[in-house]
Design a protein around this ligand. Structure first.
Ligand code: MUC
Ligand code: MG
Length: 382
């Protein structure tokens, strides 16, 4: 039997508008840039993957443009001619020629898994050992910047049974304003919804201690990354001081990070993301360390579109325990999509697509329309 090899890899920047402004501690998003990877193999099978970050360089150390440059210049040439059906060997080769660049590597690993799944006629979750759930709870982030609008948004999603947990992005305004905003939303929703907050590292430890005391009293269910990711000792003190669980997000990118957090008791919950983990296998290894240490797990997002969100869902579906559900709502924040069959959301859950690989098909017309390297004049609306 001929062993399929990797022929060619494309990395495509895709700019999609968001349905509304999305305000986080470090940036306000009006659009999202996806880096879509298409990996072509010698047996005519194509695998797709996605590397997406938030707000250019404002969230993480890789920008969409940098990810494309790293893939085009270094990672794709290193993969050319390699066996397409040995994903670990391909990823090890990338490790040996490039440090870091986890988002770029994650997109390539996803594309290899998608191709291999299509080749074998099985889903990515099956390749990873099998899904233990076919649908995943999905929260929604309220981040319009306006309290009344956020309450309206939450009410409409509760009514349509799309979401019953809401994450509030705070850390941008004065603490007193943030606490008042969060408390008003929790008061309006009451026991009908769970409310969590994500501070994205914006507070120092002393401010965090004061704010968390007030958020706990207001009935908030979870506090995500209140202080800088490097201050694990501070996170441990906060986790010991409060009953409300503290979640690590930016602080946990690898199994080694999870081990440090476990040793120090620096979090009660870990936010897992395939991009920051360098791929699905890195995410599941990180999850295993957290799980073994007795920490609860949560399926995080970098606000990816359908490709990255569905890839994440395949991985999260295989985890034995996922106590805090997921936030894989990225496709719903975007005005349009570049796949023909976006994931289905119903009854507070995201439903895993069926079909080999990721179970997704690129919409060529939409991709051609939204890709950045298309001259504006040659774009034709659908
Ligand atoms: C983050 O830090 O968790 C996830 C949801 C959202 O609105 O932003 C992201 C990033
Ligand atoms: Mg976060």
């Amino acid at each position: 039997m001929n062993i399929p090899t990797i022929d060619r890899v494309e990395a495509i920047l895709v700019d999609l508008p968001t349905i509304r402004a999305h305000q986080l501690a470090m940036t306000v998003m009006q659009r999202q840039t996806l880096v879509i990877v298409r990996l072509h193999c010698s047996d005519d099978i194509e695998g797709i993957g996605e590397a997406t970050t938030i707000g250019g360089l404002s969230y993480g150390e890789e920008s969409p443009e940098g990810i494309k440059l790293a893939i085009d210049t270094y990672l794709a040439p290193a993969l050319a001619g390699q066996s397409a059906d040995n994903i670990h060997a391909a990823m090890q080769r990338l490790e040996s020629i490039a440090r870091g660049n986890r988002f770029a590597k994650s997109a390539l690993e996803t594309a290899l898994l998608d191709a291999q799944g299509k080749r074998l006629g099985v889903s990515v979750a099956t390749l990873l050992g099998g899904a233990v759930r076919t649908h995943l709870p999905v929260l929604w982030t309220l981040a319009s910047g306006d309290t009344a609008r956020d309450i309206d948004e939450a009410e409409s999603f509760l009514q349509s049974r799309r979401h019953n947990t809401f994450k509030l992005k705070i850390g941008r305004r004065a603490i007193a304003d943030d606490v008042a905003h969060v408390s008003r939303i929790k008061q309006a929703l009451g026991d009908r919804a769970r409310v969590t907050v994500d501070v994205n590292q914006a507070w120092n430890e002393a401010d965090a201690a004061g704010a968390i005391a007030r958020l706990e009293a207001a009935g908030i269910d979870l506090i995500e990354q209140p202080i800088p990711r490097t201050n694990l000792a501070g996170m441990a003190r906060l986790a010991a001081r409060f009953v409300v669980p503290i979640m690590a997000d930016e602080a946990v990118c690898s199994p080694e990070d999870a081990l440090d957090i476990a040793r120090l008791g620096a979090a009660d919950v870990l936010a897992l993301k395939i991009a920051k983990s360098g791929g699905l296998y890195g995410m599941t290894r990180t999850a295993a360390v957290g799980d073994a240490a007795g920490m609860a797990l949560y399926g995080g997002t970098m606000l990816e579109g359908s490709v990255g969100s569905v890839a994440s869902a395949h991985g999260f579906a295989t985890l034995p325990r996922l106590a805090w559900g997921t936030e894989l709502f990225g496709p719903l924040l975007l005005k349009d999509d570049i796949v023909v069959n976006p994931p289905r959301y119903a009854d507070f859950d995201m439903h895993l697509p069926s079909g080999p690989g990721l179970g997704l098909e690129i919409d060529e017309h939409k991709l051609a329309f939204y890709r950045r390297d298309r001259a504006a004049t040659s774009r034709t609306p659908s």
